[in-house]
Design a protein around this ligand. Sequence first.
Ligand SMILES: NC(=O)c1ccc[n+]([C@@H]2O[C@H](COP(=O)([O-])OP(=O)(O)OC[C@H]3O[C@@H](n4cnc5c(N)ncnc54)[C@H](OP(=O)(O)O)[C@@H]3O)[C@@H](O)[C@H]2O)c1
Length: 276
Amino acid sequence: MEITQDHFALVTGASGGIGFEIAKQLRARGYGLLLVSSDAEKLSKARAALERGPGSGAIHTAALDLAKPGASQAVVDFTTSLAVDVELLINNAGFGAYGEHVELDAERLARMLQLNVTTLAELCLSYGKSMKARGRGRILNVASTAAYQPTPFFAAYGASKSFVLSFSEALAKELEDHGVTVTCLSPGPTDTAFFSDLERRGLHNVNFEPAVRDSASAVAKIGLEALFSGKLSRIVGTKNFWRAWSARLAPRSVVARIAKGMMRASPSASRQLGQG
Ligand SMILES: NC(=O)c1ccc[n+]([C@@H]2O[C@H](COP(=O)([O-])OP(=O)(O)OC[C@H]3O[C@@H](n4cnc5c(N)ncnc54)[C@H](OP(=O)(O)O)[C@@H]3O)[C@@H](O)[C@H]2O)c1
């Protein structure tokens, strides 16, 4: 299919990290961009950087807090006001509340679940419906390798990503008869602000060292390849792939114990920062 400027991709969490790299690579492929994230200044810097890079499609931005109830309607209002069809929906925005679950800040927990779970599912409903009506469209939902096993000290985040994985694979089956593909992307440790925040909160483990992390651009490339080939699910990286699959085969008690050892914060860091 020839990509013209009438082909638009909606990318959430496009102001940095994996979302920004996805936006950059889609622009280079000829897509117009509809970019959403919460920080207006970061978003306008991202837009300027994209305009300096390859591609010439239109870029529209909306600074919206997707962790608020009702945020998905604000996104729909934004794209409706532009009178464009969303050909690609990239549900990438997300964050992780790291620490002992019972010590988390309750408001931060609610915001994370709203963003990672509810807003994502609602955007799939709204844009999935119009894609189904047109008989065309693609959705990429960003989960995590944390989706594949219990993640002590990241319990609700891991569970939110298990939701994304299970939901996306089921939705893909519902929409496949209507010309719409749904792909779930599960990155492992990736070098972005997300991971720097985990480090700041005390997560230090050889399995997450900077040297083993993927770059955001490599993750974006793999995600877009999976999206355009209509794959159901893609785990980024061979090591992450085998780790996720061995977690499915091993007894849950063993997997949970190993994950606890990997995910525990160093005691001095959690004392200094508090939790949440
Ligand atoms: N990095 C990793 O190791 C890793 C591993 C597996 C999965 N993931 C997943 O990959 C996705 C992207 O993460 P990343 O690593 O690229 O992190 P990042 O660099 O922190 O980027 C997160 C993006 O989400 C946006 N965002 C955060 N809260 C938002 C809110 N309330 N409303 C709207 N936008 C919001 C941020 O923009 P604003 O600050 O402008 O709001 C930013 O653009 C997430 O879903 C994350 O769970 C990351």
